[in-house]
Design a protein around this ligand. Structure first.
Ligand code: 13P
Length: 262
């Protein structure tokens, strides 16, 4: 069985070297001595902290928040898949809604990045989800189908299985200011739709295997209802991931849940 993933997207935070060090110190303290057999953590710090975060505590893996689709060359201000690989990165977030909405990232661009990540043996975590208006117009599944199509069309079964999907309804992200979070049923319906999409476009086995995470205002209070109760395979955490103790607490809660099923 694949581990339940708890991914911390630290976004554009930890502004100084000292803040980066403090975060790491707190994470190490919080994670010390924890035995988690069914849960895995991923920390995606800002690029500038990647080398500092190279040695994470047990159960944690290094992630990045984005990358360029080319390996090297004339791309001012960008970080390539190859650079990430050399820095020890294993997972990379792609197509985060904050990049889609403020930096104009298109489905096609995200797809080019997915291909580049797979070539470099990085695990892409592709973020998708609808805006509030799209949900109100009842077009959630149309939007998700379009994003899935753009991400997966033409991939082999083997490649598709390596990609992780993160369903992040844009209106539920804490900084969206709506204060809203989806119900377990809302999330479960999207999970069912994603599974059906994979069954139709690949096969039922892959539909079971592809990991689907939930992201948007996840904290330890709502963890269960936003993830395992909706049959999600993990969570993508923004704001709360800035508190290492909270992140580890969520991992322990997931572990207890998994053990209760055994
Ligand atoms: P919040 O957990 O702050 O809502 O952020 C979600 C997110 O965007 C993670 O990628």
């Amino acid at each position: 069985m694949k581990a339940f993933l708890v991914v911390g997207n630290l976004k554009m935070n930890l502004l100084t070297e000292a803040e980066g060090e403090r975060y790491l110190g707190e994470l190490k303290k919080a994670a010390y001595g924890k035995h988690l057999s069914g849960v895995q953590g991923v920390i995606a710090p800002p690029f500038i902290h990647l080398y500092r975060f190279a040695h994470l505590p047990t159960h944690f893996h290094l992630g990045a928040q984005d990358m360029h689709w080319e390996k090297s060359g004339a791309a001012t201000g960008s970080i390539s898949s190859s650079m990430l690989k050399h820095a020890g990165v294993e997972y990379v977030l792609l197509g985060h809604s904050e990049r889609r909405s403020t930096l104009g990232e298109t489905d096609a661009l995200v797809r080019a990045k997915v291909d580049a990540a797979l070539r470099e043996n990085l695990v892409p975590i592709v973020c998708l989800g609808e805006t509030r208006e799209e949900r109100e117009r009842d077009t959630t599944t149309t939007v998700i189908a379009r994003q899935l199509e753009a991400t997966f069309a033409g991939l082999s079964l083997l490649q598709a299985e390596k990609v992780i999907v993160a369903y992040e309804p844009r209106w539920a992200i804490s900084t969206s200011g709506t204060g809203l979070i989806p119900s377990t049923t809302d999330i479960f319906q999207v999970k069912v739709f994603i599974r059906k999409w994979f069954t139709e476009h690949f096969d039922a086995k892959l539909a079971e295997r592809v990991r689907v995470l939930y992201g948007g205002s996840v904290n330890s209070i709502h963890l269960g209802s936003l993830s395992w109760e909706a049959e999600m395979d993990g969570v993508l955490v923004g704001k709360e991931s800035l508190f290492p103790r909270e992140l580890v607490k969520m991992m322990e809660m997931a572990e207890r849940h998994i053990q209760s099923l055994a």
